[in-house]
Write a protein of this length. Structure first.
Lengths: 714, 112
């Protein structure tokens, strides 16, 4: 016998697709589901979740499980599976809600987060935590309630809805149904990295599954794309599960028209009573059997609009299927680096436009009228484009605010305080970079409010207040800045205590200081009036870190406080760190940009207003002596004007600290694109970056905070 | 390719047969089909248990997924359309289980 072999080897390994991009989508969605779950859990009233809230928590858990299974993160389906089972029992009123469940579910969410971090970031995953929470959840399922002793589960203990108990139809409600499914996947399903084995395995968990793949009637093998799915699958599933459970499994993989679900209204168990082994084979669809379009429920013969899943009664509810679809259609996920690249390129375009505009200034406006008109149009369009592109980086501050309800809840329990957290202006948008940096300062502030500012319920009642304190996080956009207030209705700052502590720590302070100046003392490094150090706050490392972090974002912090009525900490941040409104000034041959938000006024000083105090020049403005900072001295350069009386002074104010910058001339007001000088050259003290002006020259952008420091050092 | 009576044709698949490898395996299968057709292997040979059927040897296949099964099923279908009968042979147990689980038994004429 002659044998001929055509051997195919593994040379095709190079064709491996990058599944990482799909994983990334799952990671992001999983994080969103966890955040949504947590948000609902911490906002639950004492009487427990309503139907929609419970459904939303279930959806989140189910979506995580479904995604984890499909993307091959099987370990993540362990906790989610048992969590989902418990939630399902609760939805069916088989297990009652108890407030302790919130902590249990939050703990489960934490464990899933840990697993997610393990896959996404390579973080350490504690297996025992997974086992413990799974056991706890299972215990509740077995016991039929959280309060019941473990292992005491019995059918009698599980509350059965009265109508079912009376009709005695519990058995038939849970008897097997036979479903016939025809799944015609999206042609791209393989390329999307979806593993049908996992999908079928999930179906098999519901009951007895048989699968038959089918090919199109005729296909020319020479013209196929092997990565495109042309198969369809016909399945039969005998299960006690409902149609919604089956459809849920296809949530991530099938569009409305890709899954047909056919049910047989007769009860399989009844038919198979005589001959179990032939039950499936002998069931034939009765005449009234119909192929149900996706979205219709077998249990809903009236065809009421119950959504894709039976529990999605409100298609407009957050996270409901209908909403998700429209959201998916109206948004796309784009990497931050791509957006930054776009912003950078638009920045270059703005600079080029400025150069063109500057070049055109020497051209006769009458002779070159069309050119000037076109350049004006170009300027408008460029500005619009820049604003639109900048807005891509803006994200709602709710991303930060949403982390606090749980923190407040847990700290309140730990401290024995009653606290209500209110958030206002959640939709206020802030640059993504700032969002990441503002989280820590806000966390410090909220923890301080909880630990120090808010009184215990007893103390509040004694002070004639409601026992429950309030912390309000409020965000708003005022002009080109974002203002975030952290407000509490606690005891307020104690002026005498702060002054005493300042004296104890050797921080310069006096009784003559205004309240505002006294409040600023708490930003001194190591300052704390807390009598005992707790693990929540009181180590005195909080407020100075808050100030430093905020200042690093070109932000400011202000405090106002009223004894007995509470404290308000106000953080003011620029809308974005990528562009800046500035005033260009000349010093010798150089140009500098001074951020407009730090400028109070500019003036040509009268000779009598200029004085010398301790060897330094000051200017007397409306009763205040303000130190003069000569930029030419600070940057060691030549200047046309060296006498303050002959130049122009620009008054700047940062966090209440004032100075007057001596410059040769004021030039123009610009919106400049900030370029990192550190990346392209090296750190230049006193500057926050550089920009390219219309004439192509580089101008340094002054960092007024660091100018103050430089002056003090000199 | 010799297609005389009494002669058996054989092709082997190796390694992983999945979404990540089908693009690489496809040209080889296409080539195999073309060579079979060029050699005049097509004909009235519907009983591969006797002779002249193409044996697709899966001994070396380490893993298979739905995409890999589809490619194989389309290949067999392409052979059939050209009157070339074929049969999978030496299927490792794990691969057989996966084929069954993914519902390709009937496409591959396998009994489970």
């Amino acid at each position: 016998m002659i044998t001929k072999e055509f051997r195919m080897t593994q040379s095709d390994q190079n064709n491996n697709i990058d599944l990482n991009q799909f994983n990334q989508v799952f990671f992001e969605e999983c994080a969103e589901h966890l955040a949504e779950m947590e948000q609902i859990l911490v906002s639950l009233p004492d009487e427990g979740p309503d139907e929609e809230q419970l459904n939303a928590i279930f959806r989140a858990a189910h979506s995580i499980k479904g995604g984890a299974g499909i993307f091959g993160f099987q370990d993540m389906t362990v906790v989610t599976h048992v969590l989902e089972s418990l939630l399902d029992r609760m939805r069916n009123h088989e297990i009652p809600f108890s407030t302790a469940m919130v902590d249990l579910f939050l703990e489960a969410g934490d464990v899933i987060s840990m697993q997610l971090a393990g896959h996404r970031d390579g973080a350490f995953v504690r297996q025992e935590a997974i086992e413990q929470i799974s056991a706890k959840l299972q215990q509740v399922i077995d016991a039929g309630s959280l309060d019941a002793p473990a292992g005491s589960a019995s059918a009698a203990m599980i509350p059965v809805p009265e109508e079912i108990a009376q009709s005695g139809t519990v058995a038939s409600e849970h008897s097997d149904q036979r479903y016939e499914l025809v799944f015609t996947p999206d042609p791209d399903i393989f390329r999307r990295g979806i593993r049908l084995e996992n999908l079928f395995a999930e179906l098999e968990e519901l009951g007895e599954l048989t699968v038959t793949a089918g090919l199109p009637a005729t296909t020319d093998f020479n013209s196929i794309d092997p990565e495109i799915c042309v198969c369809s699958w016909r399945m039969t599933l005998v299960t006690t599960a409902g149609e919604a459970d089956i459809r849920d499994i296809f949530e991530f993989v099938a569009d409305l028209d890709q899954l047909q679900l056919r049910t047989v209204s007769e009860n399989v168990r009844e038919i198979s009573a005589s001959d179990d082994s032939k039950a499936i084979a002998t069931v034939t669809p009765p005449e009234n059997t119909r192929l149900m379009p996706t979205g219709e429920s077998a249990a809903d013969p009236a065809g009421a609009a119950t959504g894709r899943r039976a529990y999605d009664k409100n298609e407009l509810a957050a996270g409901a299927y209908g909403r998700r679809t429209s959201e998916a259609e109206s948004s796309i996920r784009v990497g931050v680096t791509k957006v930054d690249q776009l912003i950078n390129q638009v920045g270059e375009l703005v600079i080029t436009q400025l150069m063109l505009a500057q070049t055109a200034t020497v051209l006769d406006p009458v002779l070159h009228e069309n050119l000037h008109r076109s350049l004006l149009q170009l300027e408008r369009n460029t500005r619009d484009l820049q604003q639109s592109v900048m807005s891509i980086r803006l994200v709602p501050i709710s991303i930060v605010f949403s982390r606090f309800p749980r923190m407040v809840r847990e700290l309140a329990a730990k401290l024995g305080k009653q606290v209500e957290l209110k958030t206002v202006g959640d939709t206020t948008e802030l640059d993504k970079g700032l969002i990441e940096k503002i989280t820590d300062p806000l966390t410090h502030l909220v923890r301080n409010c909880m630990d120090h500012a808010l009184e215990t319920p007893e103390a509040r009642i004694a002070a004639g207040k409601e026992p429950c304190g309030t912390i309000t996080l409020r965000a708003s956009q005022i002009g080109g800045r974002i203002v975030i207030d952290v407000i509490d209705d606690g005891a307020g700052l104690n002026r005498a205590k702060i002054l005493a502590k300042a004296a104890e720590r050797g921080i310069p302070a006096s009784d003559n200081m205004s309240d505002e100046e006294v409040w600023q003392l708490i930003f001194a490094p190591g300052f704390s009036t807390a009598e005992c150090v707790t693990d929540i706050s009181g180590r005195g490392v909080g407020m100075d870190v808050v100030l430093r972090n905020v200042q690093s974002m070109s932000g400011r912090v202000n405090i106002s406080s009223e004894p007995g009525n509470g404290t308000r900490v106000t953080i003011s941040l620029p809308l974005t760190l990528a562009i800046l409104d500035g005033l260009s000034v000349a010093v010798g041959q150089e140009k500098f940009i001074i951020p407009l938000n730090s400028i109070v006024e500019s003036l040509q000083p009268a000779p009598e207003s200029l004085k010398t105090v301790n060897g330094g020049n000051v200017v007397h403005v409306r009763g205040e002596y303000i130190p003069i900072i000569a930029l030419y001295e600070l940057f060691n350069m030549d200047a046309l004007v060296k006498e303050p009386g002959k130049g122009i002074l620009i008054l700047i104010d940062v966090e209440g600290e004032k100075a007057a910058l001596l410059v040769d001339a004021l030039l123009d007001e610009h919106q400049v694109v900030i370029k990192s000088i550190e990346t392209n050259y090296r750190k230049v003290e006193g500057t926050a970056g550089a920009t390219i002006l219309g004439d192509g020259r580089v101008a340094l952008i002054l960092d007024v905070n660091s100018l103050f420091r430089m002056r003090k050092q000199k | 390719m010799n297609t005389e009576a009494g002669e058996s044709l054989k092709t082997c698949l190796d390694g992983e047969c999945s979404m990540s490898t089908v693009a690489g395996k496809y040209p080889a299968l296409m080539n195999c089909l073309a060579r079979l057709l060029d050699s005049g292997a097509s004909g009235e040979r519907n009983d591969c248990s006797t002779s002249g059927a193409l044996l697709v040897d899966l001994t070396g296949v380490t893993d298979i997924d739905a995409c890999g099964c589809q490619l194989l099923a389309l290949f067999l279908s392409g052979l059939k359309q050209n009157n070339i009968s074929a049969q999978l042979t030496n299927i490792p147990d794990t691969i057989r289980s996966k084929i069954h689980f993914l519902g390709f038994d009937s496409e591959f004429n396998l009994s489970h």
